[in-house]
Design a protein around this ligand. Structure first.
Ligand code: CTP
Length: 428
């Protein structure tokens, strides 16, 4: 049987299978499909029953010029395609908008309609774009279902904050068509081109906790979001990524191996155990000191009301230890610097002192850059170029920009070519 997804205006033969579920924002998918069609991407679609309350199969197929499917047991569709082939012949599957019901059904492996059956049989990357009432979004059931999908490797594009169709305000709006296009397009390109495949990367992230006694510790406010975003981006571009993480509340990114720990000394051992690697990124907010005499028992308040005497020892500088490693220094070492003032001077000094090839300096302590924020305000530095101000951006965008710098560096120094093959490694 001919591949019915092959279209003459699709020179790169890229196909996105759109799964459209019920929601007022379903009509905005028409614009999204129009944009991808302009790029020559073939865009077949599945409409759930709910989606058909908002848009018609005819409007979608008139726009996309591609088939639109609705029925699991349509004899015609089954003969021509079959739900298994629907996923096999796509490069990428996008559920947009993903209703709470669609998300729950996917998380529970339902297969009683075409959309859920295709997702259960899918062997391709899936992106899920939730859109719903803010209460439905924040409901523990939806959040657990989303965490399940994320754990299984489905990429989630978080809904925006704002007013939703029912008049309530909160998180639940489908992001703009431009934002959706940007993220989906990147994933689509990466289905065929993974410039970092063959490279091993290591990322440290999150805070470290230094024990005082069995119930208390010293830590810091790092959320780990920037490091997790970098690990996710490196993996998306094909690297084999190990994330060495202090305590965080974030799920492990797709295709990333995570090593969990608490203290700086454990973080250093985990990093050393994962050498050699090609790319090492040190985003962790490592505690500079640990408690010298950790108490085996809980410290009790004293009758004379004097506080306990705690003595500290300096923790190893993990970044510096690895950047100056005699035998196992990674080819590319990237540090971070959290600064409240004189950001560029402090960062430049840290870059040289710690022996990094690249460094990202982030401003901390001003209103927009509190710990745990989804945005960061950064400068990018190397030893031999002027510093670049990347400005105030979402952490995932900063992660992408950094990975582009990594790829540029490897292309320049390591004979990586534009097809993504690492020539040195292939010839070896
Ligand atoms: N770092 C590390 N091990 C440490 C301290 C820091 O690996 N014990 C790394 C961080 O992950 C980051 C870089 O070093 O990549 C700079 O961390 P930062 O906290 O900004 O600087 P410090 O070295 O702690 O220096 P200072 O406290 O003087 O700013």
């Amino acid at each position: 049987m001919a591949n019915v997804f092959t279209s003459t205006d699709n020179p790169q033969h890229k196909t996105i299978l759109f799964i459209i579920s019920g929601g007022v924002s379903a009509y905005r998918v028409l614009d999204l499909i129009r944009t991808f069609k302009k790029d020559g991407v073939y865009c077949p679609a599945i409409l759930t029953k709910g989606a058909q309350e908002f848009i018609t199969p005819l409007s979608v197929s008139a726009l996309s010029g591609a088939p639109v499917y609705t029925d699991l047991f349509s004899l015609k569709d089954e003969q021509e395609m079959g739900h298994i082939r629907l996923s096999r012949e796509a490069d990428l599957i996008v559920i947009v908008p993903a209703s709470a019901d669609m998300i729950a059904r996917t998380a529970h492996g339902m297969a009683d309609d075409l959309a859920s059956a295709v997702l259960l049989a899918a062997d391709k990357p899936v992106i899920c774009c939730p859109a719903m009432n803010p209460q439905m979004w924040t409901n523990a059931a939806t959040q657990e279902n989303i965490a399940t999908l994320s754990r299984r490797g489905i990429d989630i594009i978080q809904p925006d904050h704002g007013e939703v169709a029912c008049g309530e305000t909160g998180q639940g709006r489908l992001p703009s068509v431009e934002a959706l296009y940007k993220t989906i397009n990147k994933s689509l390109n990466l289905t065929q081109h993974k410039p970092l495949s063959g490279y091993k990367a290591l990322v440290t992230a999150g805070p470290t906790y230094e024990k005082i006694d069995p119930v208390r510790f010293i830590g810091n406010r790092s959320s780990g979001k920037q490091g997790y975003a970098i690990a996710a981006a490196l993996a998306q571009y094909g690297a084999d990524v190990t994330l060495v993480s202090g305590p965080t509340a974030i799920p492990c990114p797709q295709n990333v191996k995570r090593v969990d720990l608490e203290s700086a000394t454990d973080m250093l051992s985990a990093v050393e155990q994962n050498l050699p690697c090609d790319i090492a990124v040190f985003t962790a907010a490592v505690c500079d000191w640990r408690v010298s005499d950790v108490s085996e028992k809980k410290l009790k308040k004293r009758d004379d009301h004097t506080p306990p005497h705690i003595t500290f020892s300096e923790n190893p500088d993990i970044l510096k230890t690895i950047a100056t490693h005699k035998t196992k220094r990674p080819r590319l070492v990237i540090g971070f610097a959290a600064e409240t003032d004189n950001i560029q001077e402090h960062a430049q000094e840290k870059l040289i002192r710690k022996g990094c090839d690249m460094l990202i300096a982030n401003q901390v302590g001003h209103d927009k850059c509190t710990f745990g924020n989804d945005h960061n305000d950064v400068y990018f530095l190397t030893p031999d170029t002027d510093s670049e101000n990347w400005g105030y951006k979402p952490k995932h965008e900063i992660a992408d920009m950094l990975v582009c710098k990594v790829i540029e560096h490897l292309e320049k120094h390591e004979a990586i070519n534009h097809t993504g093959a690492n020539i040195t490694k292939l010839e070896a």
